[in-house]
Design a protein around this ligand. Structure first.
Ligand SMILES: *Cc1c(COP(=O)(O)O)cnc(C)c1O
Length: 558
């Protein structure tokens, strides 16, 4: 049944048939939503006055997937309700806003005009007219013709392409990114030309997560302790109140209760993992989690290479038994069905887990688990039990992240790069309560410009060389040197996301992490300060930001 979901509901989009199905799905949901909005807000009216549409309704385009809604609303207004183009455009423009969720250019959808024309000929006609109007408007705003060319919604030439992010930016009133750094990079890089011309449209809404699901339901023990500490449960709908826990971080008795909650959660997770997956997780080890979609930019490779290096060090006796901090590493991830490199990384992690967990030399010191079918239910069990979470994307690639927020609010310590909302989390919880490592956005850009050679990092750090050589040499493929060849070749020759360049810094910070973990009271104090200072990352605050800055309406009842 799960296979059918990927085949039919969320198909691989690497084939033309898959692409066409995606567009059909996007159009289906968008057309239904627009009809529904008219039905709900103009009930029983045969000739509704749709000029009032933007005062009643706002479509917040959640990434580029529903952007076909812009030409669809134009079509409905013009073809079905008889409005002229300019009136329809004014209504449409005021009704849409666009939230961008990425910085990866390949994730900003670009549809071949030919494909749109085959499925939705009227929409292509409307998109072309929007593009003509746009190019003419740009001509009144700038004389830079190269810039106008770069900004075209429909590219010129043989096989024209439709830039859905550009259509969304021009077609709506506001554009926002989902973390401060992300919104800045949108303006400076991804949509730079647009922010030059339409600067007023751009704003930021840092993401948030709901405290009802991710604290109250997921972590009842911590919820009870927070309520005890604050003397009220009103924090559940006013998460800034968590700041009231800051003074309690000085109270050793409270910090010990907080540590006891984490320990109880680890025992509960161990039982859950035994029941659901038949895993034998030792709740007296550090629980170190990396759960998120499998993608090269998120760098699960960096984590597994470090695990391999730790495995090698323990096995070779390089670290003495007394110096080993017992660790359980848990990965959770799904990959898009057509994403070959991600699938191979999943295979590698599972094979590392098999080898490590069956090696008597490292028993009780290092264990690796990959629970299958990673989903929100597993997340709700694992996050409250995690001591250390991994937010190690290449700087400048993670738009926001929300896993990072869930972990901070559940009293995990984070090891992370200066990327996405990590930046704001670190600012709020304090640099001394966050394990920062790795290159910055500027350093990444400088290294691309200079010419990045991953092999030089492989040659320079013997820990890295050993880990890569073990993968290449068949340690995790029963001697088969061919299986991981595509991964190894990529690491050594391309490594677009600079996993190898950040490896040494990542390994070095493990020392700091383990030193702190050996001081349980100090670790827990810092983890508690993460909880106390993360109230900003509530989805309630994010929705307030949308209400105030984008939808320009107050909350209900005001
Ligand atoms: C929160 C969450 C995510 C997002 O995680 P990131 O670490 O921010 O990428 C993905 N999947 C599930 C099931 C989640 O709960």
């Amino acid at each position: 049944a799960a296979e059918n979901i990927s085949k039919i509901l969320y198909p691989e989009d690497s084939t033309p048939q898959g692409k066409a199905l995606r567009l059909e799905q996007q159009y289906f949901f968008v057309a239904a939503s627009i009809q529904d909005a008219i039905r709900v807000f103009y009930p029983g009216e045969e000739n509704p006055d749709l000029t009032t549409f933007p005062s009643k309704i706002c479509f917040q385009l959640n990434d580029t997937h529903p952007v076909i809604g812009i030409p669809e609303l134009m079509r409905v207004l013009i073809d079905e309700y008889g409005y002229d183009w300019d009136t329809a455009w004014s209504i449409t423009n005021k009704s849409f806003n666009y939230t961008c969720h990425t910085l990866l250019p390949e994730a900003l959808e670009v549809w071949p005009a030919k494909l749109i024309g085959e499925l939705l000929p009227r929409h292509l006609e409307i998109i072309n007219k929007i593009n003509e109007q746009f190019v003419a408007e740009l001509g009144t705003k700038t004389s830079d013709s190269a810039k106008i060319d770069r900004m075209r919604i429909v590219t010129d030439g043989e096989d024209p392409q439709v830039h859905m992010a550009y259509l969304a930016t021009y077609g709506g009133s506001h554009v926002n990114g989902v973390a401060a750094l992300h919104s800045q990079l949108l303006k400076d890089v991804t949509l730079r030309d647009f922010s030059d011309v339409y600067g007023d449209k751009f704003t930021n809404v840092t993401n948030g997560v709901t405290p009802r699901r991710f604290i109250r339901i997921a972590n009842p023990r911590l919820s009870a302790l927070i309520t005890e500490g604050l003397g009220t449960d009103r924090w559940l709908s006013d998460l800034d109140m968590l700041e009231g826990l800051v003074p309690l971080a000085k109270d050793d008795e409270f910090v010990k209760k907080f540590a006891a909650v984490k320990q109880a959660n680890k025992v509960a997770f161990s039982n859950y993992a035994k029941r659901e997956y038949d895993f034998d997780i030792d709740p007296n080890t550090m629980v170190n989690s990396m759960i998120k979609r499998l993608h090269e930019y998120k760098r699960q490779s960096l984590k597994i290479l470090s695990v391999i290096s730790q495995y090698a060090d323990i096995k070779s006796g390089k670290v003495s038994a007394d110096d080993i901090l017992p660790r359980t590493v848990v990965f959770g991830a799904k990959a898009a069905p057509g994403y070959k490199m991600a699938k191979l990384t999943i295979q590698l992690i599972n094979n590392v887990a098999r080898v490590v967990n069956n090696d008597p030399d490292v028993k009780g010191k290092l264990a690796v688990y990959y629970p299958w079918n990673y989903n929100i239910r597993l997340a709700q069990h694992l996050i409250p039990a995690t001591d250390l979470d991994e937010q190690i994307s290449q700087a400048g690639k993670e738009a926001s992240g929300t896993g990072n927020m869930k972990f901070a609010l559940n009293g995990a310590m984070t090891v992370g790069t200066l990327d996405g909302a990590n930046v704001e989390i670190r600012e709020r919880v304090g640099a001394e309560n966050f394990f920062l490592f790795g290159m910055t956005v500027d350093e990444v850009e400088a290294l691309y410009a200079k010419g990045y050679e991953p092999k030089s990092y492989y040659e320079a750090d013997p820990r890295l060389k050993q880990a890569v050589d073990m993968v290449a040499g068949g340690t995790f493929s029963e001697g088969d040197k061919g299986l991981y060849e595509p991964l190894v070749t990529d690491w050594l020759n391309k490594d677009y996301f600079m996993t190898l360049a950040d490896f040494s810094a990542y390994m070095d910070i493990q020392g700091e992490i383990e030193t702190l973990y050996r001081e349980p009271l100090e670790w827990s104090r810092k983890a508690l300060l993460n909880v106390a200072n993360s109230g900003f990352f509530s989805s309630d605050r994010a929705i307030d930001d949308y209400l105030r800055d984008i939808w320009e309406t107050g909350p209900l009842g005001e």
